[in-house]
Design a protein around this ligand. Structure first.
Ligand SMILES: C[S@@+](CC[C@H](N)C(=O)[O-])C[C@H]1O[C@@H](n2cnc3c(N)ncnc32)[C@H](O)[C@@H]1O
Length: 204
């Protein structure tokens, strides 16, 4: 049996995770849940050289490859991807209010009822993200599935600690520079619609 090249993925500390000291620097702290093949976190880190970014990716292979790429590009001290299930890692993260921004981009590729338990945009995760966001911090959720966008909007708008960034949460453009996820690049290339929701953490 060949050796598993992804047997030792980057992991977070097993107990409490102090986010501000996890990465070097003092710039804005951002979280991406499910970076997948990593185009967004790689491009965002390159575009915002002061920012610190943490990715949580459940697939060991992607976490290993994207984290190695960040290091290879010289950005590994302030941008990392850890092989973690966000649903388990978020409750260990501290302190409350430390995040400037959270990105959940094209999550939940699960359709079967038996896979419902894998969903990421669910109340416990939304609550943890809300706890970690600073006052007025941003939560950006994007999908290319219209029914999912409706579900997400209903769930996120019901969270008392979140407020739509504008008159409503839906925005028709990506407000974060030129960084795009792999999935968003495909959607743009194929001319497919993308649904974007932007919320702010209400002041505590
Ligand atoms: C549909 S893919 C989208 C990947 C990327 N965001 C993009 O837009 O190209 C969803 C990603 O979320 C990851 N994921 C799913 N559940 C997760 C969880 N509980 N914690 C961390 N990552 C998760 C998957 O492994 C996958 O890489």
């Amino acid at each position: 049996m060949p050796d598993d090249p992804y047997a030792n993925p980057p992991r977070l500390p097993e107990d409490e995770v102090d986010l501000p000291t996890l990465l070097k620097g003092a710039g804005p702290l951002e979280l991406e849940i499910g970076p997948g093949r990593g185009a967004f976190i790689l491009e965002r880190a390159a575009e915002c050289p002061e920012h610190r970014l943490v990715g949580l990716e459940i697939r060991r292979k992607y976490a290993c490859l994207v984290d190695a790429k960040l290091i290879e590009l010289g950005m590994g001290e302030r941008a990392r991807v850890f092989a973690e299930d966000a649903r388990l890692a978020l409750p260990r993260m501290r302190p409350d209010g430390c995040l400037d921004r959270a990105f959940i981009l094209f999550p939940d590729p699960w359709w079967k009822k038996k896979h419902q338990k894998r969903l990421v945009v669910v109340d416990p995760v939304i609550e943890e993200v809300g706890r970690l966001l600073r006052d007025d911090g941003e939560l950006f959720v994007v999908t290319d599935v219209p029914e999912r966008a409706d579900q997400y909007e209903e769930r996120l708008s019901a969270a008392p600690f979140l407020a739509p960034a504008g008159d409503g949460p839906r925005i028709d453009h990506n407000p974060y520079g030129t960084a795009r996820t792999n999935r968003e690049k495909h959607a743009e290339r194929d001319g497919l619609p993308v649904y974007r929701l932007l919320y702010r953490r209400r002041p505590r």
